[in-house]
Design a protein around this ligand. Structure first.
Ligand code: ATP
Length: 433
């Protein structure tokens, strides 16, 4: 056997067709006959703010020993990429990278950067040339970025698993019984997550497009996920694969930044003070501003964020917060698209213009340092008045509902359940129906 091989694959699908994990599932079906896998197939989610992604910015890495050499492996992978990629889609630019040996730190660093920043294809190709890889890009080969980043994300610390069931007929309506999913969710809580959005009644394990995925369940370990195959009632299944992934781990949130340094499409974590009161704007979105010692920026909490908007609306200038999100260019400036809010300190007193003790109306300022006067009652007061504010919200972490969480976002139930390392044991991860 030769290896270990690490094969990264990305950008094989489009909005209407295919799925990179399905290409991987077919490669696995063939490889598993002879290869010795040293890890579950890895499903790596990368920077969720990349505008040229088709859905969840996912890439795949397969890690194994094989009797085949790199060139035979490249032929095999390419055969499946060509068979299943969306050839009609101009955006589709598959990339395949094969690395033999241990993953060098420089690729791990590249993989980390791909989680919270924007990487150019030139930067990727010059790194590919430096290290011991063979690679193949179709068209411009933009998928090489995600393919190499998937190799670099070795999931040594926190990770979760996803069991994906693929279907036979892509054009049929999916038949997955919602009652059985509720049962699965109840029986496996808190060890599986984001099966259902109870607020809207929406099933979250099934995609809605014409791709080959029937459903995917996410959770803490492979065994808990296999329970889905017994409890969930579904039709038209072909095969299943269990992936080890960075989904639900907040892997993209690892670096605080200053407002002034932010660039479009980066992941942002900003510690600052609320500087402008939140307001509702057309479409049901909420906008407020925060400031740090380098500048000020608008933060948008969009309508799909549901009740998170109600929390945001309660913020007041002066509150200390950490804002987690993605940087979006909008009307010639940048905004943070809020993914998670941490309230560190809420102000509970405020200085306002004094109230006239006689008529109970707000007094007017007489100018800077000149005090306040009630024009009607002719009463004068020197200082502003301190009032205590009753706050309806508390310090803590606030997230959008499961239906609008990013794949990478850590759901509430996983706080405290994070894994420090992987045990390295690879059990059954592929099956046919
Ligand atoms: P799916 O979730 O169905 O697999 P997708 O959302 O992963 O689809 P892709 O079709 O893979 O979308 O497109 C994402 C593209 O963005 C790929 O070409 C990938 O190489 C590239 N990409 C990924 N991360 C980054 C990054 N950090 N910087 C620049 N480009 C990136």
């Amino acid at each position: 056997m030769e290896g270990p091989y690490h094969i990264g694959i990305d950008d094989t699908d489009s909005l209407t067709y295919g799925c990179t994990t399905y290409v991987a599932a077919n490669i696995i079906e063939e490889l598993i006959k002879e290869a010795n896998f040293i890890d579950y197939p890895n499903l790596i989610r990368l920077n969720p703010n990349i505008p040229w992604k088709s859905r969840g910015n996912g890439a795949i890495c397969l890690r194994f020993y094989s009797k085949k050499n790199e060139y035979e492996l490249m032929d095999l992978v390419l055969k499946y990429v060509e068979e299943y990629r969306d050839k009609l889609d101009i955006k589709n630019q598959p990339g395949i990278v094969i690395l033999k040996g241990d993953v060098p730190n420089i690729i791990k660093e590249f993989g980390k950067k791909a989680l919270n920043d924007v990487i150019t294809l030139d930067e990727t190709i010059s790194l590919l040339k430096k290290i011991n890889t063979i690679y193949y890009g179709i068209k411009e080969g933009r998928g090489l970025i995600g393919a190499l980043a998937a190799i670099g994300n070795t999931l040594e610390e926190d990770h979760t698993f996803e069991l994906i069931v693929y279907r036979k007929n892509y054009n049929r309506k999916r038949e997955v019984d919602i009652e059985s999913v509720i049962k699965f969710d109840r029986e496996t809580f808190p060890f599986t997550f984001n099966n259902i959005d109870y607020e809207s009644g929406r099933l979250l394990i099934t995609p809605h497009g014409t791709d080959p995925v029937l459903f995917g369940v996410r959770g803490e370990d492979p065994e808990i996920l296999k329970i889905s195959l017994k409890i969930i009632k579904f039709k038209d299944a072909d095969k299943w694969v269990i992936y080890r992934t960075n989904q639900g781990t907040d892997a993209h949130f690892f670096e605080f930044k200053k407002i002034k340094s932010l660039k479009p499409y980066q992941v942002a974590i900003i510690k600052g003070i609320v500087s402008k009161k939140p307001v509702f704007i057309e479409g049901g979105h909420v906008i407020f501003s925060i400031a740090d010692d380098s500048g000020e920026i608008d933060v948008a909490c969009y309508e799909p964020s549901g009740n998170l908007r109600m929390i945001v609306m309660e913020l007041m200038p002066g509150d200390k917060v950490i804002v987690y999100g993605g940087v979006r260019p909008l009307n010639n400036k940048i905004t943070i698209n809020l993914e998670k809010l941490e309230i560190l300190e809420l102000i509970n007193e405020q200085y306002i213009n004094p109230i006239c003790p006689k008529c109970k109306k707000s007094m007017k300022s007489e100018g800077k340092n000149k005090g306040y006067e009630c024009k009607k009652c002719k009463i004068k007061v020197k200082e502003k008045m301190k009032i205590t504010i009753e706050r309806k919200i508390k310090e803590g972490i606030y997230l959008p509902p499961p239906r609008s969480m990013r794949h990478l976002t850590k759901p509430p139930q996983r706080y405290g359940m994070e894994k420090r390392k992987w045990n390295g044991i690879v059990e059954e991860f592929f099956g046919k129906f």
